[in-house]
Write a new protein. Sequence first.
Length: 74
Amino acid sequence: MKNLRDVPVGGKAIVKKLEGQGPTKRRIMDMGITKGVSISVVKVAPLGDPIEVKVRGYQLSIRKADAEAILIEE
């Protein structure tokens, strides 16, 4: 199954499921990332961390580990 890290810069994806438990999942949900929401990848840092995304009109920075916990529709 693909995760948010697999989306190229300029690409869009729809969240299918959030993996992880406790604080990791809570942190992702507090950013407004929930099942069914559309995410656009704006920029990826040279070493791949962080990833700049646009969600619900807001631009956010997501850590690489958190991006791997966001599964997307293929």
